[in-house]
Design a protein around this ligand. Sequence first.
Ligand code: HEM
Length: 165
Amino acid sequence: MEQAQPGPLMHPAVAPLAYLLGTWRGQGEGYYPTIISFSYTEELQFTHPNPRKPIISYAQKTWRSAGGPGAEPMHAESGFWRLKPDGSVEVVIAQSTGLVEVQKGTHDHEDKVIRLQSELVGNASKVKEISREFRLVNGELSYEVQMATNSTSLQPHLKAVFKKI
Ligand code: HEM
């Protein structure tokens, strides 16, 4: 009897971003000209459930200050990173605040930098634009999120650094 052939473990378009896959935990700082600065703990999860599709599932949750799970929950979001045939990346995100984003951008396999810029921000009362930049340096993942609102130009709101757990 013929045996079923095992499929690939990873879609080839996902391979350059394979370093993201897994669970990351770290600390972040939030600031903006119009608010009081704050610190938070964050867990990030990237999974690749179907090796036949060039898609990474993404989920993020945060807790107040250095608390971690058990402390007061803050913002959460989840979505999908879709690797496009032209080598670019499209990310769709739904936030716990009700805001939705479509991000488009590039990933540099050599430098391990991902740069995303919002093409669409929806269902937002103030936010006009969001950019996100992820970087892997010495095995640590970091990001910077910038936003523009109806009263403030594009500038940093969040910065966080993670270790894989
Ligand atoms: C404030 C958007 C992520 C915590 C704000 C404000 C906006 C905003 C529009 C109000 C600014 C103003 O009034 O001028 C966003 C967007 C995010 C994001 C678009 C993601 C792309 C986060 C995360 C956290 C967070 C991950 C917590 C870990 C806060 C806090 C404030 C704030 C504590 C100040 C208090 C408040 O207004 O609720 N954010 N935020 N935000 N954000 Fe974020």
